[in-house]
Design a protein around this ligand. Structure first.
Ligand code: SF4
Ligand code: SF4
Ligand code: SF4
Length: 729
């Protein structure tokens, strides 16, 4: 990348490692300029006098110490000292991750940070290939810290005079140049740091290599790395020998750009396609009903009734105790802050709560899958499963948002998600999509309480306006993601047309437009959860990382969601002594089977096409991969393959449970086991992670709350089919 247009120079620092004497004046100057607190001296046995071991919220630049064996050198060792800090990428992974543009690249190069915009999601910490951004774990309001290339030094006022003598224009220019030079560069006594515009800095670096080929390796680290950086290095030894990772030359945002830019047109296309599918299936169903007048499964809908069962059972007392534990943990989280209540660290900025959210969103896909199957694909034989699936989905997604808020370091800045327009951020997409989907789930479920308590006027308003709400919500979503008026207008036209065409025309309306919106939004956020990890090709093991992870995440969510619907329905039947609707559950099992098969074929074919099978089965990662294949693919596919097997309750239960468990295992692998995290720069001291009691408390408390409220909901409202209408096995 050359200089940007408009005559703006890209500020760049050259670090000539061969000149550094390890005095750490830059480290001190940086701390002084940024008013960073001191850190206790802790020397690690393998790091020499390097202190502290890594970057942190208190130390934004660090001199690393390297002792390299060299028989010719005095003492048999070469000593090298290296300045490590943010490299100010030309196309930074951190800014493309940030959902609120709190991290943004300035036109002249520095990647700056605006704490007022930051929500504390810590996605930037995961995304940076060098482990640069670090949260203030000690603070109740943990901001992100990193080198700003001293961009804020420009804000200093230029004095008008010196010793009462006005400065000349030349002196003013020299002063300006001097104060905009980074504090670390000014402090360096050994001329190891040079600051200037990128083109001339690179010319200088190439000239030094050409003049002294015996002194330098022929490599300017940062010239091409990750698309190029504006802190570049010269060294006398290959960079891998002094801990510089090979991050490739592709800019990291390029890994997720295509997937995220596809979302706005995909919303319009998926909505239109689902409308077409519904029209076709509806005509087909009407024809089938006419042809088979006695086909009760097609023609009639089951009756629903509140469950008649005592609420305060020992099981529910247990749930209430766990909920109390959850409330205490949630309060503790905000009283002690993230650092005080969790075991999160610079190595594991995301922990149990994010695993929990990923898993819960995947398995809660049963709500959109069931609604889509029943209403869009007109599987009326599965109608009796719809209300419980939607209620479970609504509760699950609501509590996912609670966990997300607990996980944010600065949740009170969440309104920034509505004000900012990041060019591409999977986190931004997921946040909006999940938020809007919760409202769609609520609208899908509202007819149940309206019916229960005879709220005819509310039902009339729901009938009249839910279509308009969907059109507005989807249009807003498309606009926020694309900031493109053409896409927004197309979304408005398509979803308004669908809302009008499929508007309620009788007293028992089908929420077609809501089902279409639910499937569309779910398709987007289930896949964008996969896009979150596209920025981590260097960290995620190749058995899991793939450019088509978004599609894998979406396909697997259908299998997991429909599998969980089966499991929940069988628990309901057993727990409340009701008949098991085996015919419907076996039909759902067939859908689970096919969606799992498509997911398995897609994932394995992708690995084959990318040549990833070589070495995929070796070592710990290989064992995890094999376990995922066997437990999540082979056994459930074998169990669910035949209709006769699916009609056997135990076989169906096991097949559905393993399908869901396989996807759960996949998400845990992606976030935890298969993620090679190395901690903060220079990535020499990774921390371990085990969730704290409060992390467990919030997670377990929210699961207990979901189960308790589901039980309460089915007792109060007609969510489950009336016992006498269930066609048992
Ligand atoms: S080195 Fe990391 S933190 Fe710095 S600009 Fe690049 S991606 Fe962002
Ligand atoms: S909003 Fe998230 S990604 Fe952006 S700077 Fe803050 S913590 Fe980092
Ligand atoms: S440029 Fe400024 S903030 Fe960055 S390392 Fe140097 S002194 Fe610190």
């Amino acid at each position: 990348m050359t200089e940007p247009a408009g005559g703006i120079h890209t500020k760049t620092t050259l670090v000539d490692i061969t000149k550094c004497i390890g005095c750490r004046a830059c480290q001190v100057a940086c701390k002084h300029w940024n008013e960073g607190e001191g850190e206790a001296t802790e020397l690690e046995y393998n790091l020499g006098f390097q202190n502290p071991a890594t970057l942190s919220a208190k130390t934004l630049t660090l001199i690393t110490f390297h002792e390299l064996p060299n028989e010719q050198a005095q003492g048999g060792l070469n000593y090298l000292f290296t300045m490590r800090r943010c490299l100010h990428c030309l196309e930074p992974a951190c800014t493309s991750a940030c959902p609120t543009t709190a991290l943004a690249r300035m036109a002249d190069g520095p990647v700056g940070y605006d704490a007022d915009k930051c929500i504390g999601c810590r996605y930037c910490v995961w995304a940076c290939p060098w482990g640069v951004p670090t949260p203030e774990w000690d603070s109740l309001t943990p901001k992100i810290k990193k080198c700003t290339h001293c961009a804020d030094r420009e804000d200093q006022p230029v004095p008008l005079e010196r010793n009462s003598v006005p400065l000349t224009a030349d002196e003013t220019d020299r002063y300006k140049k001097s104060i905009t030079t980074p504090a670390c560069v000014k402090a360096c006594p050994a001329d190891a740091l040079t600051f200037g515009d990128r083109d001339s800095i690179l010319q200088d670096a190439h000239a030094r290599i050409a003049a002294h080929p015996d002194k330098y390796v022929d490599h300017i680290y940062g010239e091409k790395e990750a698309g190029g950086t504006t802190v570049v290095y010269l060294s006398s030894v290959p960079f891998e020998k002094i801990g510089f990772p090979d991050v490739g030359t592709k800019p990291y945002p390029g890994f997720s750009r295509t997937a995220l830019h596809a979302v706005p047109p995909a919303v319009i296309a998926v909505g239109a396609m689902l409308g077409g599918v519904y029209s076709f299936m509806k005509r087909r169903t009407v024809a089938l009903i006419a042809a088979a007048e006695n086909n009760s499964a097609l023609a009639s809908k089951p009756k629903f009734a509140p469950l008649d069962a005592p609420l305060l059972t020992p099981f529910n007392w247990g749930l209430l105790a766990l909920m109390a534990f959850g409330v205490i943990s949630l309060i503790t989280r905000f009283v002690l802050g993230l650092g005080g209540s969790t075991h999160l660290s610079n190595t594991y900025p995301w922990g149990l709560w994010i695993v929990f959210d990923l898993v819960w969103i995947a398995v809660a896909a049963g709500a959109f899958a069931t609604a889509g199957i029943i209403y869009v694909f007109q599987r009326k034989d599965l109608y009796s499963l719809g209300r419980s699936a939607v209620l479970m989905g609504l509760l699950s997604y609501s509590f996912v948002t609670v966990t997300l808020i607990a996980d944010l370091g600065l949740p009170w800045n969440s309104y920034q998600l509505a004000l900012q327009s990041p060019e591409q951020s999977a986190m931004f997409e997921v946040s909006w999509c999940v938020g809007l989907y919760v409202t769609i789930l609520l609208l899908e479920f509202l007819p149940v309480p309206f019916e229960r308590w005879g709220l005819a006027r509310a039902m009339a308003i729901w009938q009249k306006w839910s279509g308009a709400y969907v059109a507005g919500a989807v249009t807003l979503f498309v606009f926020l993601l694309s900031r493109n008026y053409v896409y927004a207008a197309l979304a408005a036209v398509v979803f308004s047309a669908l809302a009008w065409l499929f508007r309620a025309k009788d007293k028992k309306p089908e929420p077609i437009i809501l089902a279409i919106a639910a499937v569309t939004l779910s398709t987007m956020h289930q896949s964008s959860l996969g896009s979150l990890f596209l920025l981590m090709p260097d960290k995620l093991a190749p058995q899991w990382w793939s450019p088509v992870m978004p599609i894998s995440f979406f396909l697997s969510s259908i299998a997991a969601g429909t599998g969980l619907v089966i499991v929940i329905e069988m628990w309901i039947a057993r727990g409340w002594n009701r008949p098991t609707p085996m015919r419907q559950l076996a039909a759902m099992g067939q859908i689970t089977f096919w969606s799992l098969l498509v997911y398995a074929i897609f994932r394995l074919a992708d690995m084959g096409v990318r040549g990833q099978f070589a070495g995929a089965f070796g070592g710990t990662m290989g064992a995890l991969f094999i376990a995922e294949l066997v437990v999540g693919f082979v056994i459930p596919l074998a169990l669910l393959a035949r209709q006769s097997s699916r009609m056997l309750p135990r076989t169906l239960f096991l097949g559905a449970s393993l399908t869901t468990a396989g996807v759960v295992f996949n998400r845990i692998n992606v976030v935890y086991f298969a993620m090679h995290v190395k901690g903060a720069m220079p990535q020499v001291a990774p921390e371990h992670y085990a969730p704290s009691i409060f992390e467990w408390g919030i997670s377990v408390g929210l699961i207990a709350t979901t189960i308790f409220l589901f039980g309460l909901g089915v007792r109060l409202m007609p969510v489950l089919p009336a016992k006498e209408t269930i066609q048992g096995d």
